[in-house]
Structure formats: structure tokens, C-alpha cells
Write a protein that binds this ligand. Sequence first.
Ligand SMILES: *Cc1c(COP(=O)(O)O)cnc(C)c1O
Length: 230
Amino acid sequence: MIKENLSVVEQNIQNACLRASRLREEVTLIAVSKTKPVSMIEEVMAEGIVDFGENKVQELTTKYEILPKDLRWHLIGHLQTNKVKYIVDKAVLIHSVDSYKLAEQIDKEAAKKGIICDILIEVNVAGEDTKFGVSAEEVYPLILEIAQLKNLRIKGLMTIAPFVDNPEKNREHFRNLRQLKVDIKLKNIDNVSMDELSMGMTGDYEVAIEEGATMVRVGTGIFGEREYMI
Ligand SMILES: *Cc1c(COP(=O)(O)O)cnc(C)c1O
């Protein structure tokens, strides 16, 4: 099942790249393995996937310990400052930075471990009350502030677009996020590279790729539906 799902996702990614005249290598597929067991992750690894996304610190660190160390773990969920110390040296990229306070804590813990931590700024593209992330207007001032911190590097922007029945409804949000990325990149800020755009999930990753995503985060499309424990 996972093998078949992955080949469908891969084909969709290739088709979206073709439509947008982009190279397949420009898009990283992150398999979102939250709530899924290690055995299923191993099935995905067997197909050559090395990038995995988790939204909880505890779950990421547990899986990190069990699985081979050459996997690339992405923290894609909301991060609390008191959990930063567990994650800075385990995640290759923290996608969900949305405050100076959080960035400052990441900088502090990265310094302690003698590493530079790569981050994305999470943007709430549609201004939804239920979502984390900063508004589009807040992104530039926040980046100017965070860029002063020496133990992290801002690699780009991330968004969780609204849950919609038709992915076309998110096209404008993806396009706006890409434009924001381009505008900020043109300012050539130290410590800020702005090459990455983490956007697109199972429902809308093809549209996101057409609009410039460099990382898509696909969970259900690879692993099947999630069952949450209550
Ligand atoms: C769960 C999750 C995903 C994957 O969602 P699917 O719809 O299952 O592909 C992507 N990004 C974030 C931040 C998530 O929490």
C-alpha cells in the first residue's frame, strides 16, 4: 500500500514540475510520519525517502533514537520554548518559527551545542484564528530581528494553507507566499538565504509545486489516514 501510494505521489510531483517547467530536484518530498509507527517509516525508507516530518518534539526524538541517523527529520508543528533543547540538534530544519522569543531560545540552545540551526518562518497566509504563524505584514520585521541571532539561519518560509475542498482555492495563498519570499530575498539580509518554500500537503501539494514550493509535506497521501487516540 505505502509503495503504491508513494509512486502515485511521486508521479504527481513529476507532473506538477513538468507543468511548471521546474526540475524534479527542486522539490523535496517530506513524508509526514506523525502518529505512524516505525515499521511504516521503514517501508517508506525502503523506497528511498530520507526526509521525514513530525509535529511533536517527543515523537520526533523517540523515532530519531530508533531509526538510522542518516534520516533527515523536519519539525513541522508548533514548538514551545521549553522543548527547544530536545530538538535543536535532531531536526535538520525547524519549519515553525513564528516569534522572536522562540528564535532567541533556538539560538541559545544551538550556541550551547556549538551548531547553527536552520529555520523557516511560519506564515499564516489566510489569517485564520486557529493557526499559528505570523501575518504576511509581520514577516519582514520579524526576519530583520531574528537575522541578528548568530546561531541560526533563516532558510525561507513555511505555511499551512487552509483546509479546502478544491486546492485551486489555495493557489493565491501559495503565490503570495512565494512573492513574499522573493521580495525578502532581494533585500540581501545577512544570515537570511530565503531559498526554501515549505508549502503544500496531501490536498494541495501539486498546486503548491506549480506556485514554487521547494518542500512539500505529505502525510495521508503516503501513509493513509491518521487515527488519533483520544
Ligand atoms: C500533518 C501535517 C502535514 C501533512 O498533512 P496531510 O494532509 O496528511 O498530508 C503537513 N504539514 C503539517 C504542518 C502537518 O501538521
